[in-house]
Design a protein around this ligand. Structure first.
Ligand code: FAD
Ligand code: DLZ
Ligand code: SF4
Length: 516
């Protein structure tokens, strides 16, 4: 008999290992302590995964599959994927395993050991829920010196035919980003995201998570995530109808008290398999075709998914197991404790961390230009930053989190993923948000105890890393600006940055040491 382990991020009825329908095999799904604690995930993330796994198992059973589901508190649960596959082998007289490739090195390495350990053939199928296979990405990358996302994206547009018309991009442009940098006017109503009341299955999971992982970061309730494919499809429809039309316009905006703005908040569902990337972009393109959303929004959204998401995954596998140890800028400062509490006078940081804590979600600009930007400017150890991001977001799996953090946001890979560090001072944040007006710091002041910390930190970062960054042509204008400040103001700026950094609290090890 064949055993088909289905991992927590493989909750798709069309998964390659399940294709063709029930065939006498046993599907194995396991809630294991190791997966919940290899980093101490946000409570909401664990609840989402366990509830979605339980619902998915029920749906497979209803479709005729034999499903062996091991709950976290089942007697004898060994706590690991390998331990549970071993126990299932004994329960079912298994003579072969069929599994879709894991999303990350850690689990892929486990699966690689199973055939020798259990003495049966293990067939590992490509995860074709991605639009670009690992092999195709390697082929694309091997023909190039620099792996530029925009080049990859255009290739994907051509390959998929999405937003293409007789070989040309729809609207005669590949990219409508210049239209996508608007600051939302005051009082604009945001559409919110679709929310779902917990059912009995979710209630059981919430009680389990509270009892077993109560010390993990983040708010467990209110819990309003979709936990079934049917609910996730409702969330997709809600986004397409209510948020997509303005997604492009306000993609980079930040507004106090608004966690989602016009973002999709679909990544937790796409990444665990409740939604497929392809159906999500097809829905956006269909909205464009029927005139329900403008090209700048639809193109921007499609680019995030068939461009960024696929590119990031390709980079993850190319970079290898040691990518998360990269530290090109040799940053060593501990992650300040306020990353876990949100208790800081920097209003922008408090907003981004608050959303993270409440929702296990923050939109892209919060992640990139607030918490990520601050960590890079302050010289925080990128590995600690990586662990934080892996813990706190419901959509975080190493394949997508690590290149975004180590590469895009911390420049810790020395520029292999991004062509320049995403560094910004207070002026950027002030332009893109309504935070600064009510902040205890003054965004207009450059130095001194009341000045916005991002201002001095921004220049201090550039000055500190001049040797490493001076040849980057995209930064010449910034270095020119720094040189024109003159030595007096440069000195005051660096002293101001040092004074601020000296006030940073230390890290809170209970959330970052990876133990239960
Ligand atoms: P939207 O803004 O509505 O975008 C639509 C979709 O595009 C997302 O659902 C997502 O599937 C995709 N997407 C957009 N940008 C990216 C990107 N850079 N990489 C991959 N997919 C992208 N995304 C994750 O899925 N998991 C992570 O752990 C993660 N960590 C991040 C860490 C940092 C420091 C940064 C800067 C970005 C990270 N991202 C991550 C990418 C992006 O921020 C999230 O995908 C996005 O915020 C999810 O919210 P949304 O669905 O509302 O996205
Ligand atoms: C994230 C996660 C968590 C918290 N728990 C489980 C689990 O108990 N069982 C499971 O199969 N998967 C879980 N996952 C998702 C896995 O970590 C994910 O499937 C692997 O990282 C492979 O990419
Ligand atoms: Fe953030 Fe500075 Fe604005 Fe305060 S003044 S919200 S710290 S950018």
């Amino acid at each position: 008999m064949i055993l088909i382990p289905v991992l927590g991020d493989q909750l798709s009825p069309s998964l390659a290992s399940l294709r063709g329908g029930p065939d006498g095999a046993v599907v194995l799904m396991v809630e294991v302590f190791d997966e919940a604690t290899y980093v101490r995930h946000h409570k909401k993330k664990i609840a989402l995964l366990f509830s979605a796994m339980r619902h998915f198992a029920d749906e497979l059973r209803a479709a005729g599959w034999t499903v062996d589901y091991v709950t976290l508190d089942a007697a004898g649960n060994t706590g690991s994927f390998t331990g549970e596959v071993g126990r299932a082998m004994a329960r079912h007289a298994i003579d072969g395993v069929r599994i879709v490739e894991a999303g990350e090195w850690r689990v892929a390495d486990m699966i690689d050991g199973w055939s020798a350990q259990f003495g049966v053939p293990v067939e590992v199928l490509p995860d074709d829920r991605f639009l670009c296979s690992r092999a195709d990405f390697v082929e694309w990358a091997s023909a190039r010196k620099r792996l530029i996302m925009e080049d990859f994206y255009r290739e994907m547009r051509k390959r998929t035919g999405l937003l293409m018309s007789v070989g040309k991009p729809v609207g005669n442009r590949w990219n409508f980003d210049p239209e996508n940098r608007k600051t939302p006017p005051r009082g604009l109503n945001t559409p919110g995201v679709a929310t779902f009341e917990p059912d009995a299955v979710t209630d059981d999971v919430l009680a389990l998570v509270a009892a077993r992982f109560g010390g993990h970061f983040g708010d467990l309730t209110p819990f309003r995530f979709a936990v079934t494919r049917a609910q996730a499809l409702v969330a997709l429809d809600h986004f397409i109808e209510h948020a997509l039309p303005r997604f492009g316009d306000y993609q980079d905006a930040m507004v106090a008290g608004q966690d989602h703005l016009w973002h999709a908040a679909l990544s937790p569902y796409i990444n665990c398999g409740l939604l497929l990337a392809r159906e999500v972009v097809d829905a956006a393109v269909a909205a464009y075709d029927r005139g329900a959303a403008p090209i700048n929004s639809v193109e921007g959204f499609v680019r995030q998914i068939i461009g960024w998401r696929e590119y990031i995954r390709g980079i993850y596998w190319i970079e290898g197991r040691d990518y998360t140890a990269s530290n090109a800028l040799k940053a060593t400062r501990d992650l300040p404790a306020f990353y876990w509490t949100g208790e800081t006078d920097m209003r922008c940081m408090a907003e981004a961390i608050g959303s993270t804590k409440r929702e296990a979600y923050a939109h892209h600009i919060h992640r990139l230009m607030i918490t990520g930007n601050f960590a890079m400017l302050a010289g925080i150890d990128p590995h600690q930053v990586h662990v934080w991001y892996l813990i706190v977001y419901a959509d975080a799996y190493e394949w997508v989190e690590a290149p975004n953090v180590i590469g895009m946001s911390q420049f810790a890979d020395g520029g292999r993923l991004g062509s320049k560090p995403y560094a910004g001072g207070g002026a950027y944040i002030n332009r893109m948000s309504d935070y600064c007006g009510k902040c205890r710091y003054d965004v207009k002041q450059k130095t001194g105890p009341d000045a916005c910390p991002f201002n001095a930190l921004y220049w201090d970062f550039l000055a500190r890393h001049r040797e490493a960054l001076k040849d980057n042509s995209r930064l010449w204008r910034m270095y020119d600006g720094w040189d024109r400040l003159g030595s007096e103001r440069q000195k005051a700026t660096r002293e101001s940055a040092a004074a601020f950094l000296a006030t940073l609290p230390g890290k809170a090890p209970e959330w970052t040491d990876g133990t239960a």
